[in-house]
Design a protein around this ligand. Structure first.
Ligand SMILES: NC(=O)c1ccc[n+]([C@@H]2O[C@H](COP(=O)([O-])OP(=O)(O)OC[C@H]3O[C@@H](n4cnc5c(N)ncnc54)[C@H](O)[C@@H]3O)[C@@H](O)[C@H]2O)c1
Length: 298
């Protein structure tokens, strides 16, 4: 299949990043959300980021203008998907919402259209249960920030068809992304391992094995991780990590995923990471980490 028309559902953090990546890759892209005001903000943000690419010399003016011309927005779902070859869903992580939106898409899309979900935790089969053709649904799991991160996890439900798989590889390849093929399972590959490292780091911190900044330093310099586990959890949000661990613990039943009491306490205290100005580390108003702020009890 040659994919030309891509529709992205949801214009938040992930949807806007996916739409930006899609237009730069040459796809005619329609971005859908529930309100025009939300779409206006997403469109302005995409334009700003593309302009920055021009300033940095990564795109020339013509490429940027062409990319922006490929972007359409609408708050009418039927309109958004009527000529779509591939729909990428990035609406909030709620099973009923994802089921409902794909069910509605099924009524309006061309028959060949593939449905990709960017879910980070839900089973592809649970979402596909709502569809009459379950083979068209597949996981296309992007990473934040989408334009920068090189990986897509392609998540196969038990019914995901080979046509859906091949179409997803085509999208990834045109976007310049690498893929890994994963069978649906809690946390796929990346989140499952990352949550474990993050949880163990909090347990080590609580046990007084080393300071937060020394644990971060150890993983960066000793294991070549680009970021330390506490730097990362401050970036993704301690609340998001806690939710993820709770879901993995419930699904896998492995004690290693039981959220560390320290993580629970910090979230209860409103220390959510960079976004709240204080997580494991403290941040100033411009989002810069305050030096020497890694005493987690402070
Ligand atoms: N944020 C991440 O780092 C990340 C990474 C990988 C995957 N994901 C997954 O991507 C999905 C989206 O996450 P996000 O962080 O972009 O969320 P977000 O809250 O930033 O954006 C969600 C968007 O969906 C819109 N929306 C809400 N209800 C809708 C509906 N009924 N129809 C259409 N749009 C609707 C909202 O207005 C919002 O713009 C989730 O499934 C999440 O698990 C997130």
């Amino acid at each position: 299949m040659t994919i030309q028309n891509v529709t992205v559902l949801g214009s938040g953090t992930m949807g806007a990043g996916i739409a930006q990546t899609a237009i730069v890759a040459g796809f005619d892209t329609t971005l859908y959300d529930i309100e025009d005001g939300i779409l206006d903000k997403a469109q302005a943000q995409i334009k700003k980021r593309i302009d920055r690419q021009v300033e940095k010399g990564r795109l020339d003016g013509l490429q940027a203008a062409d990319a922006l011309n490929r972007l359409a927005t609408t708050s009418d779902l039927g309109d958004a998907v009527k000529v779509a070859d591939y729909v990428i869903e990035a609406v909030p992580e709620k099973l009923e919402l994802k089921r409902e939106i794909f069910k509605r898409c099924e009524k309006s899309t061309p028959e060949h259209c593939v449905f990709g979900t960017n879910t980070s935790t839900l089973m592809i089969s649970s979402i596909a249960a709502a569809l009459s053709d379950k083979g068209r649904l597949i996981g296309i799991h992007f990473f934040n920030p989408v334009p920068v991160m090189r990986l897509i996890e392609v998540v196969m439900g038990p019914n995901s068809s080979n046509t859906s798989y091949v179409a997803t590889l085509e999208i990834a390849q045109k976007m310049g992304k690498e893929t890994v093929k994963v069978a649906e399972s809690p946390g796929f590959t990346t989140s499952r391992i990352n949550a474990l490292i993050g949880n163990e780091s909090f347990r080590m911190l609580e046990a007084g094995v080393a300071s937060a900044s020394d644990i971060d330093k150890a993983l960066k310099l000793g294991l070549n991780h680009p970021m330390g586990p506490f730097e990362m959890v401050d970036l993704v949000g301690l609340d998001a990590r806690l939710n993820n661990l709770r879901a993995l613990y419930e699904a896998l039943g492995d004690e290693a995923y039981r959220p560390s009491p320290m993580l629970e306490r910090l979230v209860a205290a409103g220390r959510l990471g960079k976004k709240s100005g204080h997580g494991v580390y403290r941040y100033d108003d411009s989002g810069q980490r305050i030096a020497g702020s890694d005493d987690v009890n402070s």
